[in-house]
Design a protein around this ligand. Structure first.
Ligand code: HEM
Length: 325
């Protein structure tokens, strides 16, 4: 990440935010396709029943609707990458734009493949996993093009801890993303109700782990405890050490709120026997959790790690040993 001074461009700032919000809505639209079991409601691709616009009824509404939203968001991301390429002086931000573009193209291909191959688990899981990465990229671009990021004198404090807040937030991103991957495997291998009770599993703390669906479902539950601990660690560190920095405190508090909501929604997914709305909200909150941890990592890099540090260790006044003169 370079420290080139870049002027804030309000139009680009707004556009990148719109792209991130629309990508989130696309995630929700995709979640509803799986949650309502509409993945094969349209059996062909790229056309739908050989048409550009089929009758929007039943599962077709979700599946074809998802394709329409995806086409729109794909166009927005093309526009974003080109805009950044034309005017953005920071190379790393332009590269993020190209990655988002490559990701959304690959995502379209995976979406098509998953229909043509009749929803193989590996392709469906990859489609779910890449969707979250593309969303993360659009969020990172929006953060990097925001007014507060580009404001002068952004570095406001020194992070002197051995494990910097940046590295802790990066750890949280990795933990959340792994948990999202586990969730995708649970969902696409049909293991969502492999353990149909909560909080206990078949009346026990640890169920017999002799079948894949039970083992992967249980791994997702254990993963949620690990994610909660890591998120709590990051947030408490941010709140204790940097409570005067609203740009650090904001995402730290949001992380705590989102992880609590996500745990509740996870339980509700099971207790509601996978209500489509609850399950989609669980997926969406997972994405928001990931994006918030990413935003905290970027902000701590920007506002803490770039803080002015002394170039040399402080020079101690020279003292002659007693009696030297
Ligand atoms: C911070 C913790 C959690 C995160 C980040 C998380 C994330 C996710 C995500 C993103 C998915 C959907 C993946 C996809 O289809 O792309 C998912 C699925 C699922 N999660 Fe979680 N989850 C968490 C905690 C929990 C908890 C505590 C439970 C409680 C049992 C739970 C139960 C489930 C179930 C049952 C599914 C599969 C739903 C289905 O089959 O449609 N999750 N999780």
């Amino acid at each position: 990440m370079t420290t080139i001074r870049v002027a804030h461009r309000p139009a680009l700032g707004v556009y990148t935010k719109i792209v991130a919000v629309c990508t989130f809505l696309l995630l929700l639209a995709g979640a509803m396709v799986t949650s309502t079991g509409s993945g094969l409601a349209v059996p062909d691709w790229p056309l739908s029943f050989g048409k550009v616009m089929p009758a929007m009824e039943g599962g077709v509404l979700y599946e074809h609707g998802h394709r329409m939203v995806a086409t729109f968001v794909g166009a927005l991301i093309v526009g974003e990458a080109l805009w950044l390429w034309r005017i953005e002086p920071r190379r790393w931000v332009r590269v993020l734009g190209w990655f988002a573009l490559g990701g959304v193209i690959l995502q379209g291909a995976l979406g098509g493949l998953t229909v043509l191959l009749r929803l193989p688990d590996a392709v469906s899981v990859s489609h779910a996993a890449l969707a979250q990465l593309v969303f993360g990229l659009t969020v990172a671009i929006a953060v990097a093009c925001s007014r507060s990021w580009l404001r002068d004198g952004a570095a406001e404090a020194v992070d002197a801890d051995a494990f910097s807040l940046f590295s802790l937030a990066a750890l949280a991103c990795a933990a959340i993303y792994l948990q999202i991957l586990l969730g995708a495997v649970v969902r696409h291998t049909g293991a969502g109700l492999a353990i149909p009770t909560f909080p206990l599993a078949f009346g026990r703390l640890v169920p017999p782990l002799d079948s894949f669906p039970v083992a992967i479902h249980f791994a997702h539950r254990v993963g949620s405890i690990a994610v909660t601990l890591v998120v709590a660690w990051v947030a408490v560190r941010a709140l204790r050490r940097h409570r005067s920095l609203p740009r650090i405190v904001g995402p730290a508090l949001l992380l705590l709120a989102l992880v609590a909501i996500q745990m509740g929604l996870g339980a509700w997914v099971v207790l509601s026997y996978k209500s489509a709305w609850v399950t989609s909200a669980h997926l969406g909150t997972g994405a928001l959790l990931f994006a918030t941890a990413l935003s905290l990592a970027l902000r701590s890099r920007r506002y803490l790690a770039l803080a002015p540090r002394p170039a040399h260790p402080p020079i101690r006044p020279h003292r002659e040993p007693a009696g030297a003169r």
